[in-house]
Design a protein around this ligand. Sequence first.
Ligand code: SF4
Length: 389
Amino acid sequence: MPEVHAKLSASGAKKWINCPGSVVLESQIEERESDYAIEGTTAHALGEAKIRLATKEYTRAKYHKAIQDLQVDADMEDYTDAYRDFVIEQLNSMRRETKDAVLLLEQKLDFSAWAPEGFGTGDCIIIGNNRLQIIDLKYGKGVTVQAAENPQLRLYALGALAAYDFLYDIQEVVMTIFQPRKDNIDTELLSAEELYQWGESILPIAQKAYNETEEFCASTHCDSGFCRARPICRTYAEKKLEMAKFDFVKPSTLSPEEISEILEEAESLSKWATLVKDYALYEAVHNGMEFPGYKLVEGHSNRKFQIDDTLIASQLIAKGYNEDDIYPRKLKPISDLEKYMGKKEFQKLLGEFVIKPPGKPVLVPITDKRPALHSVEAAMKDFENVWNN
Ligand code: SF4
């Protein structure tokens, strides 16, 4: 769930632990709720309601009331079903060990003993048999989120320990990321002792961040932590501009090693440029900010009908125009047809006609999981049709 109130939030911990100055810099940028965040909030609310229904805490009427205003599509139904099933499976497994196992959903967790005024909301907590399990639903499908050394999960777990350790004498903590759109279920297991030690280790840095230090450090956490300050952060910009050390006037002199280095940076440079452009446009439109050498103008637009397309079509048909000539007839994409027909029926009727042509060759980092195309000749042969298209 998004945490907008705590200065040191669990969701922002990756940033403030690695770059304590991010707290003060991010506070200078207006927080805008993205479509992804809204989608995530909806998925959390739906998942929570489904679990409460499955555990009989909600009646069907109460469940429908809880989800009545949510904008849900078929995929979200499937993914939240998977989340509910996973949580129930974990709960049942704990209940097989001890009938006293408890399930807590959307609990406010106070971890201020390790990060001043820090609190957050834990999606799902299961406690029993001296074990605490935290399950965090991630609805994003961009970056695969790992559980190992994940400071958000660890802070939630510390908050849960602070609230329940004295009642349940917790010895072991299991922290799980459930990210259905990436097929990712990842877990870290620590003893309560190890977790307390980690909490102690981050306390000095949390104090610095809370006191609004201007100590910055740019690295992968800037992008993976989605730091809002990236468009204005000097440290981040300097890191990106290290690229300027290359002499672009004589590209033919670049060695393969230098080109690798550029390739490595190129994608993040282009993302950074987009961030800066979006920020500047937003500030110019909404806050009247001016940027020397730039002005705000009306962008290009295309003509459109000012009444509904169906009314236009009915007028044309009434005048004798053929419907087939005014409406494009196009088969739906495979994924839409599969959803519409159901996987089984789709496979039965159309499965034999589906092929997956090879994708165009792309240069990716060596860490990419796809196998390398070793033979240039074979690759050329495989892809000659693709090149020619
Ligand atoms: S962009 Fe990076 S260096 Fe700058 S404040 Fe954010 S986390 Fe720190």
